[in-house]
Design a protein around this ligand. Sequence first.
Ligand code: URA
Length: 264
Amino acid sequence: MNRHSPQHPTQSHLYASLTAYLQDLQESGVDGIPLELMTAAESAITTQPDATHKKGMENTMTVQHAASEIHETLEQIRKNLGACQRCKLGATRKNLVFGVGNPRARLVFVGEGPGADEDAQGEPFVGDAGRMLNRIIAAMEIKREDVYICNVVKCRPPQNRPPESDEVSTCYPFLLRQLNSIRPEAIVALGTSAAQALLQIKVPISKMRGKFHDFHGMPLMPTYHPSYLLRTGGNSDSFWSVWDDMIQVLRLLNLPVPDKSRKK
Ligand code: URA
């Protein structure tokens, strides 16, 4: 089940996964590889990973990447973004909201884009929607600092409007690079914008949620956005739909499923 378990890969496996990784990078707009990554690739091909490396990690929220994997770090991606002005949102934002959490998280939540609170603080999901997301994470009996949280766009759309397609497509390569850097075992796409941007399909969230989709080899569960839950009330059907989706995520991660009783 665990993607990070060492496989004692042969050289041809390593070359194949390295080629796929480079193609992903190229798709996401990277046109060169720093020398230190080339050196890491070389040692990955000549070093056998330790078979006991991941033993006993299945029930924790953090994982170590197998020694043979090479990837750019979140810091490198953040540095590459710089004081981004690649789309028109750059002109009106206060802070670029890159993402927060564990760079080795097993679970990543992706939202739509920063609101006023996030723009002011430079951190995703710190306002009302953030408090609702914190409730969901707490209900899963995991810690916010153990997951990674980010958005489809890194800068606040004016008046909290949904991000426009040019803004999404400009920011998307960086999101893809973040997700490829973390390589979580599960991604939760929060709401329509996130699910549609990641899966590149124009299907309503109500039709996408409730089952896993493939995102570059990572299982992705679309679910309702925390703001939608705030609008529909704390004990609504949509709340329980989100909980059903999170149960599937917990099962995939081989984590205990807390018992929640549904008030009628
Ligand atoms: N809504 C989002 O989609 N993202 C945030 O960071 C905050 C609110």
